[in-house]
Design a protein. Structure first.
Length: 126
């Protein structure tokens, strides 16, 4: 998926711009884009239309990963860190939902700051 996102953005000449600082125009656009796709998902749910719901979920994912790409974030590394932390959660019904997964005692949050520091250091030397 990441390679597809890269091909798409390269095809249209969208350049990476590191981080959210000094990229207000890009960030504002991407927020609206993400909201638009989420709203399409909500609408599909109201319509009880599975095909539209799936399309909206794929579009939402495409835009989210594309946003990470454009901000030149190490998405794959962050994904792995979040996955590792998520796999230590436990399933437990909560006040939110019977489908909830919660953080057990001693749960450790993903260290995204560490990933960003390593990435910034690597970028500075390449």
């Amino acid at each position: 998926m990441l390679k597809d996102i890269e091909k798409f953005h390269e095809k249209f000449g969208f350049k990476k711009r590191y981080g959210i600082q000094n990229n207000k125009d890009l960030v504002d656009f991407r927020i609206k884009f993400l909201e638009e796709e989420l709203n399409e998902f909500k609408e599909a749910i109201k319509e009880k239309n599975d095909a539209k719901a799936l399309d909206a979920l794929v579009d939402l994912t495409y835009v989210a990963i594309g946003t990470a790409y454009l901000l030149d974030y190490p998405f794959h590394n962050a994904w792995e860190e979040v996955q590792k932390a998520n796999m230590t959660k436990i399933r437990q019904e909560s006040e939110r939902s019977k489908f909830d997964v919660i953080k057990p005692k001693g749960w450790k949050a993903p260290d995204i700051e560490k990933i960003m520091k390593i990435f910034k250091y690597w970028k500075a030397w390449t």
